[in-house]
Design a protein around this ligand. Structure first.
Ligand SMILES: [Zn+2]
Length: 343
């Protein structure tokens, strides 16, 4: 019916249930619901974020390194280094320049110092204690060098030299005491093998005594208490050897450091993890030199009848003088080479 008909029938105009009004209320509710929903979602997101922060960013990041640490400590036990000492002797120095190349510009004393400083760094990087007989271009007598080595209480002694000779001569050789002590041979052969692996022009083997005279010893192999060797690191008179040294000096140093660690383990100075196993400095079985008397003593040698020298005691080992040592000493007194430059 029309409005007129409604008014006529009921005496009042019809109440307008406007669609607009209904719609308006409906949208108000929707808007409020949406606002509430957005607020709720926002709160949930914040809550989840907080939970991730606590359990993800906090716990998981602290758990993972803990797991890694456990792995490290089980497979690679923590140690502060290899608890032994190496004394490095860079041959020559100061006024004693050692051998030289054909131009006269390249000096043995510089090469030996360069290699020795790199060897020191490599050893220290492994946590090995290092004593140096010199770290600058200075001259020390062989007596001073040996005294420094013995005073340092080093377990191993490595003297670095360069060889010289005819231009055709090449390669690396290492010298040890002519009494062929096992510990010294082990040190020398480990170093030689390691250098050989890096690459050298020729492996000239481990030699005993002094070149051309097996009855004589290099002083550093005679008067040091610990296992010792004298490394002739290629010929300074050979261009190929010099090139090899220049190109591989870092690798040579690294190889020698690894060889020293290998030797320390094999001699029982440290265990596999670098823990020290002995109280005193390691003592070579070579005849021990007595600085006061200037003679040798050997652990199981016979007492030399003609003299009244007292046995010497080093690290609780009692040494007695031997006839062979006496002979050795006499030979050295007559024909003691000044150092390791010859040949
Ligand atoms: Zn030399």
């Amino acid at each position: 019916m029309t409005e007129q008909e409604f008014e006529k029938k009921y005496g009042r105009p019809p109440v307008k249930h406007s669609g607009d009004v209904k719609t308006k209320i409906y949208w108000d509710r929707i808007v409020i619901a949406l606002v509430l929903l957005v607020l709720l979602v926002f709160c949930v997101v914040r809550l989840i974020g907080a939970l991730i922060g606590a359990f993800g960013g906090g716990e998981s990041s602290s758990v993972l390194p803990a797991v890694n640490n456990n792995k490290e400590s089980s497979s690679e036990p923590e140690h502060t280094g290899y608890d032994f000492t190496v004394c490095i002797d860079p041959g020559h120095g100061g006024d004693d320049s050692g051998a030289q190349d054909k131009t006269g510009k390249r000096l043995e004393k510089d090469d030996t110092l360069n290699v020795s400083l790199k060897l020191r760094d490599e050893l220290e990087a492994l946590g090995v204690n290092v004593a140096m007989t010199r770290e600058t271009d200075e001259f020390l007598t062989l007596d001073e060098i040996c005294k420094k080595a013995n005073d340092s209480k080093a377990d191993l002694f490595i003297s670095i030299h360069r060889n010289s000779g005819d231009e055709a001569n090449k390669g690396v050789e290492i010298w040890v005491n002519n009494h062929e002590p096992e510990s010294d041979i082990l040190l020398a052969s480990n170093i030689l093998s390691a250098l050989d692996e890096v690459g050298i022009s020729k492996n000239r083997e481990v030699g005993f005594g002094f070149i051309g005279d097996s009855c004589s010893n290099y002083q550093v192999n005679r008067q040091t208490h610990m296992p010792s060797c004298l490394v002739e690191l290629g010929f300074i008179t050979n261009d190929a050897d010099n090139k090899l040294l220049d190109e591989h000096i870092g690798e040579y140093a690294h190889a020698m450091a690894q060889a020293a660690v290998k030797t320390a383990k094999e001699l029982g100075i440290t265990d596999e993890n670098g823990e020290r196993l002995i109280d005193e400095p390691y003592l070579s079985t070579k005849p021990q030199w007595n600085e006061k008397t200037g003679t040798y003593f050997t652990e199981e040698g016979e007492i030399y009848a003609a003299d009244a020298l007292q046995p010497v005691i080093i690290n609780d080992h009692k040494y007695t003088q031997t006839t062979s040592a006496k002979q050795d000493d006499a030979t050295n007194a007559a024909a003691q080479p000044p150092d390791g430059t010859v040949g």
